[in-house]
Design a binder for this molecule. Structure first.
Ligand SMILES: [Ca+2]
Ligand SMILES: [Ca+2]
Ligand SMILES: [Ca+2]
Length: 564
């Protein structure tokens, strides 16, 4: 543990030094990169404290019997999670302007509280009588934006009633999705609702925390627009829903899920980042109609995903969800004979119980990797690049690194693709690519174009261009087609190996962005064996434990110390 901390401090000092260099570095041709470039990049991703494990329990809205609510609450507690996420649906609490019904919310929240579970309460969506949509039935749920005064009154009543049980309030669910803010998301209007509701909640309970509505982290335009519309001070916690299914946690690069939100937060003010939904179904579901993930894989992915999110700087992560819906099997328990049936735990239940047992008291983690690196491209070995088709920037070599300068001028999608004259073949056994880059804090996307053996070109997203410091972006290279986006060429539509690196692409993180910047790449390596790593957990009692990361099914056989 001590060694690990010293390691971190050394990198923090180097990061500060590089930051100073970066700041004193006005886009000149001979930047002083060489002194730092042969040391390893900073660990930009690391646990920021213990991981709070949560579940989307939905007892308030989905468990059918208020009288027996202690039963499912005990089942949730038995899984070992510390947090639950509960919907406080407006149409059930206030079905008419003058009717208040607290039966199910009282039953669920008190039962969960008695199990010592922390509760994240979700406020919203609309009730029909409070929207202008004439097709809404007045007493039913609606996803149209609500009358703001009525919404604030409902939120205030809920917070007044439960402020001693609930300290974290999420304003709406997924306001950036058309399914949940109809007919189309309206960030200006959401931000206004957020500001008004947050002010009302803080007036009632100054110790309350306001959590953003759970947004897609792979498109940060909505998050940034909240700041532009003046909403950044209205919330305490950024919440993201990084669904990557049917990709697995490694293919989906879940460890990097928070990078985009963090880049936005670096511009407007840092805040904790929570994952208030993530998960995989155990068969055909909303996001994966083919059902590419089965029950065993769902269990396998659960632990890998929680640990990847933790490594990625997430402090709270809520699995979606406790129980299957009839046609959406994301649950820990099968639907069985109905919403009150908890008799059929799926393999993923056991995986969660094992994970919570291992994680009890764990403060920090250290990844023990057994990968090998082989260099693909290095900044001190200049290659030939083609002039890009777009007049959006240039590439040259300086200070033993590739320097890519970009200038995006339009309010539409801008990108700069720098293509190699001769694409570089990837080793046949490559599991991932690692890109060591010095960012500019822009938060733009770095993508790679890969050429397959049929001549088709595919794009993969390497990650987010982070702060002015060295960082490593890791791109998993799945053998499954789902990860890749075909952009050119004629063939079977799948990436057929061997692949070759064809281009490095910078894409503006939101299309209406314009401006200029500069990114340096010291090297790109191929990694082999990327999945063969383990996680060493350090606990408050001084003990440590080694967990096999690749498969939670093996977690029961996790060995005890020493980690090394
Ligand atoms: Ca192909
Ligand atoms: Ca773009
Ligand atoms: Ca643009």
């Amino acid at each position: 543990m001590v060694a690990g901390r010293r390691y971190v401090r050394r990198w923090q000092r180097l990061a500060s030094l590089l930051l100073l260099i970066g700041l004193a570095w006005p886009l000149t041709a001979s930047a002083p990169l060489s002194a730092a470039r042969f040391t390893a990049p900073i660990a930009v991703r690391a646990p920021i404290g213990p991981l709070a494990i949560g579940i989307n329990s939905h007892l308030t809205t989905r468990y059918p019997d208020a009288a027996t609510m202690p039963i499912p609450a005990a089942i949730v507690a038995d899984l070992g999670a510390q947090w639950v996420r509960e919907d406080l649906h407006w149409h059930r609490i206030q079905p008419h302007p003058d009717t208040w019904d607290w039966v199910f919310t009282d039953a669920a929240l008190y039962a969960l509280h008695r199990q010592r579970l922390n509760i994240l309460g979700v406020l919203g969506p609309s009730v029909g009588w409070a929207t202008p949509d004439p097709t809404d039935r007045p007493d039913l749920i609606s996803f149209a934006p609500p009358d703001e005064t009525a919404f604030v009154a409902y939120a205030s009543a809920v917070v007044q009633r439960y402020k001693h049980l609930v300290k974290h309030w999420q304003i709406w669910n997924e306001p950036d999705q058309a399914a949940f803010w109809r007919p189309v998301p309206d960030v200006e209007r959401y931000t206004r609702l957020l500001i008004k509701t947050a002010a009302a909640i803080r007036a009632i309970d100054p110790t309350a925390n306001i959590v953003l509505g759970g947004i897609n982290p792979f498109d940060t335009a909505f998050l940034e627009a909240i700041a532009v519309y003046g909403g950044w001070q209205a919330f305490d916690v950024i919440a993201i829903h990084p669904y990557v299914d049917p990709l697995d946690p490694d293919e989906g690069n879940l460890i990097a899920a928070a990078d985009g939100a963090r880049a936005v937060a670096a511009r407007y003010g840092p805040k904790p980042i929570w994952v208030t939904e993530f998960g995989w179904a155990s068969g055909p579901g909303d996001r994966d109609p083919l059902g590419l993930t089965d029950a065993a894989q769902q269990a396998d992915y659960l632990a890998r995903a929680y640990l990847a999110l933790w490594q990625g700087g997430i402090s709270h992560a809520f699995w979606y969800m406790l129980k299957d819906d009839p046609h959406n099997p994301y649950g820990l328990f099968a639907y069985g004979s109905g919403r009150a049936d908890f008799s059929a735990p799926k393999p993923v239940s056991r995986a969660l119980r094992e994970l919570t047992r291992h994680m009890r008291g764990a403060q920090t983690a250290e990844r023990i990797e057994t990968i090998s690196r082989s260099p693909l491209l290095a900044g001190d070995q200049p290659l030939r690049w083609q002039r890009p088709a777009q007049p959006n920037g240039s590439l040259d070599y300086a200070a033993q690194a590739i320097r890519i300068s970009y200038r995006f001028t339009t309010r539409d999608n801008d990108y700069l693709a720098q293509a190699l004259t001769e694409p570089i073949p990837l080793p046949a056994d490559a599991d991932a690519l690692a890109i060591d880059l010095f960012g500019d804090g822009s938060g733009h996307w770095l993508r790679l174009w890969l050429l397959d053996c049929e001549g088709e070109t595919f794009a993969v997203t390497a990650g987010v261009i982070g702060p002015a410091a060295w960082q490593t972006l890791r791109v998993p290279l799945s053998r499954r087609a789902a990860q890749y986006e075909q952009i050119a060429g004629v063939g079977n539509g799948r990436p057929d190996w061997p692949l070759a690196l064809a281009a490095i692409v910078i894409d503006d993180h939101r299309d209406d962005w314009s401006g200029m910047g500069e990114v340096w790449i010291a090297r790109i390596d191929a990694l082999n064996g990327a999945l063969a790593y383990a996680l060493c957990l350090w606990r408050t009692d001084g003990s440590s434990a080694l967990i096999d990361y690749p498969s939670s099914r093996n977690a029961a056989s996790a060995s005890t110390p020493p980690c090394r």
